[in-house]
Write a protein of this length. Structure first.
Length: 211
């Protein structure tokens, strides 16, 4: 297990792990953003985690040190310094789905469990530990201007969480990029009009062929 809580070097292991997750996350985000930008179409890019997730697993001084280390490796990069503010501002919005352990404990699994693909995985956190970590994650993002927390209060369960999260994504897109949203609607309208024309043409052809 790494990091290993029982190790005398656990703090160092944890810092090494989280600082490298931070670097990997930034690299993946930039790659996917570049790919989305290359399409020339209005695109919403949704990440299942963000840079500040690492902050929830680190002391403040460790987080600051990780940013310094990251900047030293990106000294010749095209974007500029990675500051604490940057780790907020690079995201148009943050949607936090509260752990099932907090409000839907009957659906929370830990120990050796199956993931969505049927593979065996190990989830270490008990429900109490999961709630504690979940609240640390919320706190790491709390000062973001568009921070949406999706709870487990709706009796319809996970489907309600999905619907609330989807609507939050669209609401954030409308607020942050109104021009792009209008353009996306125009593209959709043109495509639907084109489909309608094609359907009319196919219908006319079908009738002609049937005579």
């Amino acid at each position: 297990q790494f990091p290993n809580p029982s190790s005398s070097t656990f703090s160092e292991q944890k810092y090494t792990f989280q600082s490298n997750v931070l670097k990997l996350q930034l690299q993946m985000e930039r790659c996917y953003s570049d790919l989305a930008g290359s399409t020339g179409r209005p695109t919403i890019v949704v990440f299942d985690r963000g840079l500040r997730d690492c902050k929830a697993f680190m002391l403040n001084e460790e987080w600051e040190a990780a940013l310094v280390e990251l900047n030293s490796e990106l000294a010749n990069g095209p974007v500029g310094r990675i500051t604490n503010e940057y780790t907020h501002q690079r995201y148009d919005g943050v949607i936090h789905l509260v752990t099932a352990a907090d409000g839907a404990e009957e659906h929370y699994k830990y120990g050796i469990v199956e993931d969505d693909g049927g593979g065996k995985v190990f989830r270490r956190e008990t429900p109490a530990e999961a709630i504690d970590q979940d609240r640390k994650l919320q706190q790491a993002w709390a000062s973001h201007s568009r921070h949406v927390v999706v709870t487990n209060r709706d009796p319809r369960g996970f489907q309600a969480k999905l619907e609330e999260a989807t609507e939050a994504v669209l609401a954030i897109a409308r607020l942050a990029h109104p021009a792009e949203v209008r353009r996306a609607k125009e593209i959709k309208t043109r495509r639907m009009s084109d489909v309608h024309v094609k359907l009319k043409a196919v219908t006319a052809f079908g009738r002609a062929g049937g005579r």
